[in-house]
Design a protein around this ligand. Structure first.
Ligand SMILES: Cc1ncc(COP(=O)(O)O)c(C=O)c1O
Length: 393
C-alpha cells in the first residue's frame, strides 16, 4: 500500500498499540503495576522490554498502551525509529543534552535557542563539566570553524521562536555528521506535520507539544523522536531519570494531533491576514515570518518545509519602540498577553531575546503574535486599538 500522506496519518495513525480495544481513539489506560500469570509470563514480559520491542508494556513508567499509541504516531509522522514524551517542552531539550553529553564534552547551540534552553546550557551544563558555546543561527559552512575536537552535540532551533531565523538544517546536519557529532533540533514551530528533520540528516527532533500539538493551552508536554542509533542513549537516559507523563496527557496530545492539520491551516490563514494589515502600518519596519516572500529565511522555508504556522514577530521602527510598544500591548482586548503559543487564543507580547553572539538588533521594539482561531476581523480591530494607543503615546 502506498505510504499515506501526513494528514491521513494524523487521523488514522497511532492505532496499532491499542489494537483490540476497538475504540477510534485509544482509551486512557492508567497503571503502575502490571500483573503476571506466573514466573514464565514475568520473564517473557521482561524479555520484550529488555529487547525493546515496540509497545512492550512492563511497568507504568515505561509507557501504557495510551502512551505507545502517541509514540507510534509521532514516529510515523517524522519518519523516526522511536518517540517518547516528557513532562515539558523544556525537558525534551534538556534530557536530549544529558543523553548525548558527558563531562569534558562541548555542545554548539544556536543563539536563537529558546531562552530556558540557553540558560540550561549556561548555568547547568558547566556543573557537569560540559561547555556550551553559541553560534549565529544563520551560520552556514562557516560553522565548521566552531566545532571543537570535543564537540559532541549540535543544537538547532529553526526558525527561532523569537527572531525567526531559518537554519540550513541539511547543511548543518551534514557538517556535524562528518565529525561524528549528533544533531538535535527544536522543531516546535513547524510541528511534525510541516518539517521532518530526521529526513534531512538530523538525529533527534524535539517538540514542545504544549504548543500546537496540544493546541489548547491546557497541558505541558515535550516529545522526542529519533533515529535508531540515537535511541539507545536516549532510552537509557529517559529511563534512568524516571521521567514520565500521565496517560491522560498522552491521550490529550494524541487527540490534539488528530485536528492539527485543520487548526494549522486556520492559524496560518489568520496570520496571513494580520501580517498583511501590519505591513501597511507606517510604524512597522518588518515582519519576521519565514513564509513571507522577502524574509531572509524564505528560500530555506520553501525548500524544507511543507507549511507555515501562526507564530511571527513584528519589528517596529525605532521611534515606535519602548513605552509606545508597551502602550500597544496594554491596549489590546482580544489578544491575550501571555507566554507560550500555539493555542486557540491569540497572544501578543513584547519579547526581549537573550543573545550571546551579538545583541538582538531589535531590542525594545519587537513583539510577537501567536495567531489563534478567533475571527481575523476582530483581531485586526484589536490591532487598530493597539496602534491607536501607540500613536497616542
Ligand atoms: C521553541 C520552544 N521550545 C521549547 C519550549 C518549552 O516548552 P514548555 O513550555 O512546554 O516547557 C518553548 C516554550 O515556549 C518554546 O517556545
Amino acid at each position: 500500500m502506498a505510504r499515506r500522506k501526513s494528514e491521513t496519518l494524523l487521523t488514522h495513525g497511532g492505532r496499532a498499540a491499542i489494537a483490540g480495544y476497538d475504540f477510534i481513539n485509544p482509551p486512557i489506560v492508567r497503571g503502575s503495576t502490571v500483573l503476571h500469570a506466573n514466573v514464565a509470563d514475568m520473564k517473557e514480559r521482561s524479555r520484550r522490554f529488555r529487547t525493546d520491542e515496540p509497545g512492550a508494556v512492563n511497568y507504568g513508567l515505561y509507557g501504557t498502551p495510551t502512551h505507545h499509541a502517541l509514540f507510534e504516531l509521532l514516529s510515523e509522522l517524522e519518519g523516526g525509529y522511536r518517540s517518547w514524551a516528557v513532562p515539558s517542552g523544556l525537558t525534551s531539550c534538556t534530557i536530549v543534552m544529558l543523553a548525548f553529553l558527558r563531562a569534558g564534552d562541548h555542545v554548539l547551540v544556536s543563539d536563537s535557542a529558546y531562552g530556558p534552553t540557553r540558560r540550561f546550557c549556561i548555568e547547568t551544563l558547566p556543573r557537569y563539566g560540559v561547555q556550551a558555546s553559541f553560534y549565529a543561527p544563520t551560520a552556514g559552512r562557516e560553522l565548521e570553524a566552531q566545532f571543537r575536537p570535543n564537540t559532541k552535540l549540535l543544537w538547532l532551533e529553526s526558525p527561532g521562536s523569537l527572531t525567526f531565523e531559518m537554519q540550513d538544517v541539511p547543511l548543518l546536519a551534514e557538517l556535524a555528521r562528518k565529525r561524528g557529532v549528533v544533531t538535535a533540533i527544536d522543531n516546535t514551530w513547524a510541528t511534525p506535520l510541516y518539517f521532518q528533520p530526521l529526513k534531512c540528516g538530523v538525529d533527534v527532533s524535539v517538540h514542545a507539544a504544549t504548543k500546537y500539538i496540544c493546541g489548547h493551552s491546557d497541558m505541558l508536554m515535550g516529545t522526542i523522536t529519533c533515529t535508531q542509533p540515537a535511541w539507545s542513549p536516549l532510552r537509557q537516559t529517559l529511563f534512568n531519570f524516571g521521567l514520565a507523563v500521565s496517560p491522560e496527557d498522552a491521550y490529550v496530545a494524541l487527540r490534539g494531533l488528530r485536528s492539527l492539520a485543520a487548526r494549522l491551516r486556520q492559524h496560518r490563514a489568520t496570520a496571513a491576514r494580520l501580517i498583511e494589515w501590519l505591513l501597511a502600518q507606517t510604524e512597522v519596519e518588518r515582519v519576521l515570518y519565514p513564509a513571507l516572500p522577502g524574509d531572509p529565511g524564505y528560500e530555506i522555508w520553501k525548500r524544507d518545509m511543507s507549511g507555515a504556522t501562526g507564530l511571527f514577530g513584528i519589528v517596529l521602527k525605532p521611534s515606535a519602540g519602548g513605552a509606545r510598544l508597551n502602550a500597544l500591548v496594554d491596549a489590546v482586548e482580544v489578544f491575550g498577553r501571555g507566554y507560550s503559543w500555539g493555542g486557540f487564543e491569540s497572544l501578543l507580547i513584547p519579547v526581549y531575546p537573550e543573545r550571546s553572539v551579538a545583541p538582538c538588533e531589535f531590542e525594545g521594539r519587537l513583539f510577537r503574535i501567536s495567531a489563534g482561531l478567533e475571527d481575523a476581523d476582530d483581531l485586526i480591530d484589536d490591532l487598530k486599538r493597539g496602534f491607536a494607543a501607540l500613536r497616542a503615546t
